[in-house]
Design a binder for this molecule. Structure first.
Ligand code: KDG
Length: 315
């Protein structure tokens, strides 16, 4: 079986009990979120081995996240609970079309206790792909050094790297983000980015500028996610595109992480470019049909049935 490793922060996510402005929502469901953790859960549900490197609060909420990740079958051997650092919180506002806003209460994330020296070659033993995202970078300037340590060791071991910029402008400015990405992109083999994000990073996302970006950084698969409009990939000097599946979204948060997990599963299993996009679109679409950042992440049979439009016996 294939193994992936990811590194990142997690939060307790409070999903609103009603749609509309948060100030009118009196109750919330306590859930778990975090872009890289969502990715790891997505991979594990599809049947990959997923190792998640993180630091959690040494409080009750930290234990909720730890137990949740463990329950999903994720390798948490590199996750530590840190006393004195409360877990970070994220309150979500959700609108009728499933889109939303994020309100972070994320001041002294436990992940700030991590150092580059915490990343070792042994951690990468047996790993077939490393996946990183810009959320971890956005949390603290020091996280660039940790990310680069992972990337250097991955290169040393010839492990392919996928990266999702996951721009979070509530955590840093676009200028800070671009400066960090320019240091990361040269290490990236598979870039999984939203169309709006690559637009912000490159200044424009014309076909020419995207191809130039892939060539400049030697990115072998430049994957562009465009939500309900589908996705495309530029690889081996060719563009492939696949339309999205039509669903009624109720909570779109986490769809991009699901897409990433689906794409990486399909890539590791040798799917062709169009099949990778179709599979990833399927995972992303299913995520949006369930409330929560990761509850809708499907198991393998579920995605296969969905993309083949097979009837599933429900009762
Ligand atoms: O991609 C989904 C994430 O945004 C969500 O789970 C919370 O990690 C998170 C963040 O910082 O936005």
């Amino acid at each position: 079986n294939y193994s992936v490793l990811t590194l990142g922060d997690a939060l307790i996510t409070f999903n609103p009990s009603a749609t509309g402005p948060l100030r009118y929502v009196p109750t919330f469901s306590r859930k778990v979120g975090g872009a890289e953790l969502n990715f790891a859960i997505g991979c594990a549900r599809l049947g990959l081995n997923a190792k998640w490197v993180s630091r959690l609060g040494g409080d009750e909420f930290g234990r909720v996240i730890y137990n949740f990740a463990r329950g999903e079958g994720i390798d948490v051997s590199e996750v530590k609970l840190v006393e004195g650092y409360p877990s970070s919180l994220n309150f979500k506002e959700i609108r009728e079309d499933g889109s939303g806003k994020t309100f972070y209460y994320r001041y002294q994330s436990p992940i700030l206790t991590m150092e580059p020296s915490d990343i070792t070659l042994e951690m990468l033993e047996g790993v077939d792909l490393v996946h990183l995202t810009g959320v971890f970078l956005a949390i603290d300037p020091k996280n660039l050094a940790i990310t680069k340590q992972v990337l250097k060791l991955a290169k040393e071991k010839n492990i392919p790297v996928s990266f999702d910029p996951n721009i979070r402008l509530k955590l840093w400015s676009i200028e800070e983000a671009i400066t960090a990405y320019m240091e990361i992109f040269p290490y990236v083999d598979i870039l999984l980015t939203g169309l709006d994000e690559i637009d912000m990073i490159m200044g424009e996302s014309s076909v020419n500028s995207l191809e130039a970006c892939a060539e400049r950084f030697d990115i072998s698969q430049l994957v562009i996610k465009d939500g309900g409009n589908g996705a495309r990939v530029y690889t081996n000097d060719t563009w492939y595109s696949k339309e999205a599946f039509a669903v009624n979204p109720i909570d779109t948060v986490g769809a991009g992480d699901g897409f990433d997990a689906g794409y990486i599963y399909a890539y590791l299993h040798g799917y062709e470019p169009l099949e990778r996009l179709e599979f990833a679109n399927g995972v992303g679409a299913l995520v949006t049909t369930v409330s929560g950042d990761n509850e809708g992440l499907p198991e393998l049979q579920e995605v296969l049935a969905f993309i083949r439009n097979e009837k599933v016996i429900e009762r």
